[in-house]
Design a protein around this ligand. Structure first.
Ligand code: AMP
Ligand code: MG
Length: 540
């Protein structure tokens, strides 16, 4: 579309709120905390804020919503996406869902601080749901305040856009708006509450439906609403599956298994740890959703989770994400079981996840290593041995794979160790503690590199082409935990320039961007134990 045909006024957005129109709503209009039964949503108005100011917006998201730069820079934009002003066609509502939190059924949760404004239909006919996160109390707020603070909103805004540019399925973010309100948070739940600046992110996705939306009706034995919701979901977001029927329900579940597997493989590829993989944080579209205490692996450690709330059990640690997704899918299977009635069929469908995850993971690892294909005879051991090596001393995952792409061993190197010092020097940057590079370790690493080089030589691919291919799946720039924290520190002082700078950087995560080298640096020592850098809580 040429820029002239973009909307300069937000009032020209077209809404079609099918969720509200087709599904049962809560008859109660008051905004007070309650259990809501027999309804998929409650109507609720965003709470007005005193001084909304747009800190940053995503031009790509604005683009597919057909919004011009002028519209995004208008004062009205901040008013609308802070929830102060409703556009014609908006029908604000909070949805009802439940979930298993850390493995335990938690009953009704729901949009406690997310308010859906409605679905925009863009000029291409695509449906995009708009949702404000942090726009005030809803009937699902339970004991909390319905608000969000600047630090967590900035993290969600930047990371969800970064994930998109990395090629990871995710919800998007249109805007980050400061509200002018003060919000009290006890960041580590240790009796030290502090006042923090409030903010609101406008999230955008085809739908924000989660596994927990289906679980709540099943748990309550409300099969009528469960069926209505599933039929609506299939007709609206999975029309290619055909008219709802038992077979189509199964096909739907299989598709959720497949897209979830794809999402998890991407997380493992880029070193993303979600931190709170509760079933209420699992999208039925296989999108990364709810950016809370997430983090990026710096040194490769499958046991790592940034979430201090999970530090004892580490249920949602990096290496456990694939298994957690399976467990969550099994809960979704349980939820729709009453509509299917045959456990065997659901068990078979669940196998789709295991199968897909396995195959996609092998392919992903082959690509990370620049191999033309996965060879079941040799590659499992090659992958496993590399990961063991990376784990056994502090190895920066992101830097390691970029450096590996540049390495080539000649015939000489394969036969003797004459160049091993050079080889290690070209990887040195990826290591946090040089003393850990003991002669034994170096010998094992060289051994692995030789095997890897022999494996590479089975492909008829030049080193230049291989490097290029590897650099397309191994990012140079991710939103390192300490870098997000630096942007937060500045933003809390009223300096927002770094948000814009990081947004631009993370648009091209696979490019060299030589003037931005500093953002590819491994975690500095000061960030090792600093809250926000290596440790985060659910307080947001
Ligand atoms: P989360 O841990 O962010 O996935 O949230 C779990 C549940 O708590 C969801 O129902 C959220 O809507 C709700 N919740 C989280 N933070 C708040 C808050 N500040 N105010 C109201 N509800 C919240
Ligand atoms: Mg959540």
């Amino acid at each position: 579309m040429n820029p002239q045909t973009k909307h300069n006024s937000l009032a020209h957005l077209t809404f079609d709120n099918r969720f509200v129109a087709e599904l049962p709503g809560d008859p109660e209009m008051g905004n007070f905390t309650r259990q809501v039964s027999g309804a998929c949503y409650s109507r609720v108005l965003p709470t007005k804020v005193s001084k909304p100011e747009t800190l940053v917006y995503s031009k790509e998201v604005a683009d597919f919503l057909d919004l011009s730069e002028q519209a995004c820079r208008s004062g009205d934009f901040a008013q609308v996406f802070a929830g102060n002003h409703l556009l014609p066609g908006m029908e604000p509502h909070a949805t009802c869902y439940g979930g298993h939190q850390f493995g335990v059924w938690a009953g009704q949760l729901g949009d406690g601080r997310a308010i859906n404004l409605g679905d925009v239909i863009n000029r291409k006919g695509e449906r995009w749901a708009l949702q404000l996160k942090g726009a005030g109390l809803t009937p699902y707020s339970r004991m909390a305040d319905g608000l969000a603070v600047l630090r967590s909103s900035l993290r969600e805004f930047l990371c969800s856009e970064a994930m998109h540019h990395l090629g990871v399925p995710t919800t998007r973010a249109l805007s980050l708006i400061s509200t002018g309100e003060q919000v009290v948070r006890d960041m580590f739940y240790n009796g030290n509450p502090k006042v923090e600046p409030g903010a609101i992110v406008c999230r955008v996705a085809p739908t924000f439906l989660r596994f927990g939306h289906f679980q709540i009706f099943s748990a309550r034995g409300d099969l009528e609403t469960l069926k209505k919701l599933l039929n609506h979901t299939i007709r609206t977001y999975f029309p290619h599956l055909g008219e709802p029927s038992r077979d189509v329900y199964l096909a739907w579940f299989e598709e959720v298994c497949r897209t979830t597997a794809t999402m998890i493989v991407h997380w493992q590829r880029v070193g993303f740890v979600h931190g709170v993989m509760n079933t209420d944080n699992m999208s039925i579209l296989g999108l990364t959703i709810d950016y809370g205490p997430y983090g990026w692996l710096e040194n490769y450690d499958p046991d790592w989770t940034p979430n201090t709330t999970d530090s004892a059990e580490r249920r949602y640690r990096f290496g456990n994400q694939p298994a957690c997704a399976f467990w969550n899918l099994a809960q979704l299977a349980n939820a729709i079981y009453p509509l299917i009635g045959r456990a065997k069929l659901l068990e078979q469908a669940l196998e789709v996840y295991t199968q897909e995850f396995g195959e996609q993971w092998q392919l992903m690892m082959s690509q990370k290593l620049g191999l033309s294909r996965y060879d079941s005879e040799q590659d499992d051991a090659l992958f496993a041995d590399l990961l063991t090596l990376m784990e056994s001393i502090e190895t920066d995952m992101t830097l390691f794979f970029r450096r590996l792409a540049g390495i080539e061993l000649g015939q000489d190197d394969l036969e003797n160790n004459s160049h091993s010092e050079n080889l290690i020097a070209s990887l040195a940057d990826a290591y946090y503690v040089p003393e850990q590079l003991t002669p034994d370790y170096v010998a094992s690493l060289i051994e692995w590199l030789k095997r890897y080089q022999r494996r590479r030589l089975q492909d008829d691919v030049s080193q230049v082409v291989r490097r290029e291919k590897m650099n397309r799946v191994n990012p140079k720039y991710v939103l390192r935990n300490y870098i997000a924290q630096l942007a937060i520190d500045k933003a809390e002082q009223g300096d927002y320039a770094m948000i814009e700078e990081l947004l631009e950087l993370l648009r091209y995560p696979y490019e060299e961007q030589s003037d931005k080298e500093i953002y590819s640096a491994k975690r500095p020592d000061w960030a090792r134990q600093r809250p926000g850098c290596s440790m985060l809580s659910c307080s947001s």
